[in-house]
Unconditional design. Sequence first.
Length: 268
Amino acid sequence: MKLLKPAKKSLGQNFLIDKNIINKIVNISKIEEKSTILEIGSGYGNLTEEIIKAGPKKIYAIEKDKEIFFYLKRKFESNKNLKLINDDIFNILKKNVFGKNIIVFGNLPYNISTQILASFIINSKQKPWFKILVFMFQKEVADRIIAKSGEKEFGRLSILVNWKLDVKKHFNVSRNCFFPKPKVDSTILSFTPKIQNKYKIKKPKNLETVTRILFSARRKMINKSFVKLFGSKKLIAKKLGLDLNLRPEKISKEMFYKITLEYEKLFN
């Protein structure tokens, strides 16, 4: 593959070039004539081309790199259902101008992939505006997202994501499927909003606070960290049936949500 210019490390530019993998990604979500698609980081339009072939009603393609953006404008000038946007995804998510039940694809830059995913969760109301997210992550990050309580990869990211979303791993992607070739392999995950979210946390930042403090001493019992959150209120632990001698990685995701709800009762 010939690039217009050297890939920018600052933008995490590694372009997916394997047609077979691209087709598998597009097929994860059933694209219909009425579908609206949001693509994050279009690059040179390899995935965009296949999305267009699937025939959705509207495609919004975001590309931050100005030179590549103008390349895409020329490449897809005849496609009337494609709207190209030269902007930062974080600015776009604050505006949310796409409507509801949006299918979102993203070969996310490794350096900001978790920030992008967290933004979709934090900026959403009780009912997220997207139908499904189909994202590519560095394999190590994907392992953290899908980790379960008791596993060494389990931590804050898995807890945040699973609060509002159901997560599914689809397949790994070899580093050989990209140009330029990254140093690591990748994984495709999809995320769909939970049909019923019984943990009505008012402010996502409270969940972030609870997990940050309880995981601040990852290899130690949560006793001291719990006191930092609630003072001497160990009655809360008793109410929750929480063993304060556990390490944070041994606590279930559901318990973290329950702790956060108790935290909000006291401090919000």
